[in-house]
Design a protein around this ligand. Structure first.
Ligand code: HEM
Length: 491
């Protein structure tokens, strides 16, 4: 009885202390917070659990978009910032010169992907492009980062890689949107421990096997950073080294983004026959054989419609969906001013990629797939131009944020365009394709009758786990004439 009484007293006084404390925090957040003048859902002012709930459901991009529609151009949100990466070092790995040295490896890997399409076509089976493109881009980034043959395209051993990485990113994204959840970090880590540890072990093995080779053995990330970041080859030292963080970031940044880009293009082409026909005729008219399709002026500069299709697909289904955060450098003397707003020191300001890319002020009919919007009059059959049209194009280009902008923008942009262009151009050279019949063909698409503009059957569905996660499309490939025989020679 005495113990029960003691517990009740403790609970009572805890409540007496907690209630005023919680109330004062809430009053501060609503009434006195330096960001109080910025609109947003009332719950956001009270707690970051609001953003966390959407992150949990992998839908923060859609929620933020909806809030921009409701509250205007500036929103208040709780989150915190990622740290800056060694841009200069990483930049050297994917400079144009390094890419030239690397492009035979890229072509070899895409060739394996094409062989798989060929096999599916010979079996008259539909293929799910998500695992195929994911394995391809992960294999390419494996070579690019540590000269390492991951062989996820041909063997199942390393295929856990994506699942593990996605689990780690999902967890990070969750605590990023809902920092208070860090209290539960040990539990979350424990729940996801197998996948996350698998991912860590994998990166560790990749680094160790590369460190065993001479620095210049491959034209890869390691050959550039090896002298810059030192680590012994024991697990703790590697995990504590800068190489570790850089490697994880690099593999995550390059490992799945291109897969999303390519899947988006496949999805949209399979839903838009006129676009498909125009692009097929551009590619098939520009080259004499599949062997002639290589990176360089013809593919990237002459195939303007291909670029427009990739751009429009990246706009609708951007591999990066969330907010790119910035904060004022500690050493900066002048305050940060954004769009006329003076930003309190220590506050992070972000640009929400999905919302910008679907803003009707920049992209009229933002959910419509219209590659032509990216073409100038000279590329669009000499269509009449006007100052208004030029103004629309300029605004569109300035809002083209899927690679980020400015001095933190994507360093892999050239590589991403090259890789996606080669995948699509070769697929259209060797094959014809269409969406799989029946329900299977709906994989990755929204639903008929959806009330949301992003929910319809012509919209590629992305889940926001920091990167865009997806499944599908399921497509049926048919070899085009006798061109496929060239693939047999390449095999
Ligand atoms: C379509 C594919 C891709 C998209 C949409 C994309 C998008 C992005 C975005 C939005 C950022 C952040 C920019 C910012 O914070 O302002 C970024 C950064 C970065 N990306 Fe990409 N990316 C793609 C492919 C790649 C590839 C293939 C690589 C390399 C293999 C790569 C390497 C990087 C690196 C190293 C950074 C960090 C730059 C820095 O912090 O200074 N990306 N990317």
């Amino acid at each position: 009885m005495n113990i029960l009484y003691a517990i009740l007293v403790v609970v009572k006084y805890t409540i007496y202390l907690l209630v005023p404390w919680v109330l004062s925090v809430l009053i501060y957040r609503v009434v006195f917070h330096p960001l109080r003048k910025y609109p947003g859902p009332f719950l956001v002012k009270l707690t970051d659990a609001y953003a966390g709930m959407y992150a949990m459901r992998r839908r923060p991009h859609l929620n933020v978009y909806r809030n921009f529609q409701k509250y205007g151009d500036n929103l208040r949100f709780y989150t915190y910032l990622l740290h800056r990466r060694k841009r200069k070092v990483v930049g050297q790995v994917i400079s144009d010169r390094s890419l030239r040295a690397f492009s035979p490896i890229m072509s070899e890997q895409i060739n394996i992907f094409l062989q798989q399409l060929l096999q599916s076509s010979q079996r008259h089976e539909a293929v799910n492009l998500t695992p195929l493109c994911r394995n391809l881009s992960i294999d390419i980034v494996g070579y690019l980062s540590f000269g390492h043959a991951l062989n996820t395209q041909t063997e199942s051993t390393n295929r856990f890689f994506y699942e593990s990485m996605a689990q780690a990113l999902y967890m990070n994204n969750l605590t990023f949107h809902w920092p208070a959840l860090s209290i539960a970090s040990p539990l979350l880590k424990w729940l996801g421990r197998k996948k996350v540890e698998g991912f860590r072990q994998f990166i560790h093995d990749m680094i160790v096997s590369r460190m065993a080779e001479p620095k210049d053995a491959h034209p890869d990330f390691y050959s550039v950073v090896a002298g810059d970041v030192a680590a012994d080859d024991d697990a703790d030292s590697i995990r504590a080294s800068e190489l570790w963080g850089e490697a994880i970031f690099f593999v995550a940044a390059g490992g799945t983004t291109v897969a999303t880009a390519a899947c988006g293009v496949f999805f949209h082409l399979s839903r838009h026959p006129a676009t498909y026909a125009r692009l097929a005729s551009e590619i098939r008219g520009a080259f004499a054989s599949g062997r002639d399709i290589v990176g360089g002026p013809t593919l990237l500069a002459s195939c303007r419609y291909l670029r427009a299709v990739i751009d429009e697909s990246l706009r609708l289904a951007s591999p990066s969906l969330g907010t790119l955060w910035r904060t004022l450098d500690d050493s900066a003397k002048a305050p940060m001013v954004v769009d006329g707003h003076v930003i309190p020191r220590g506050t992070e300001v972000g640009m929400h990629v999905y919302s910008v890319l679907h803003n009707p002020d920049y992209y009229p009919e933002p959910f419509a797939f219209r590659p032509e919007r990216w073409l100038g009059p000279e590329e669009d059959g000499g269509a009449p131009d006007s100052p208004e049209k030029r103004e629309v194009r300029t605004r569109m280009r300035r809002a083209q944020v899927y690679f980020g902008l400015g001095d933190r923008g994507c360093l892999g942009k050239t590589m991403a365009y090259l890789e996606t262009s080669l995948i699509i151009a070769w697929a259209l050279w060797y094959f014809d394709f269409e969406k799989a019949p029946g329900e299977a063909g709906m994989l990755g698409a929204g639903r008929e009758g959806s009330k949301e503009p992003w929910g319809g059957p012509d919209q590629f569905q992305l889940r926001d786990i920091f990167i865009g996660d997806h499944d599908g499309p399921n497509l049926v490939f048919k070899p085009r004439g006798e061109h496929w025989r060239e693939l047999m020679e390449k095999a």
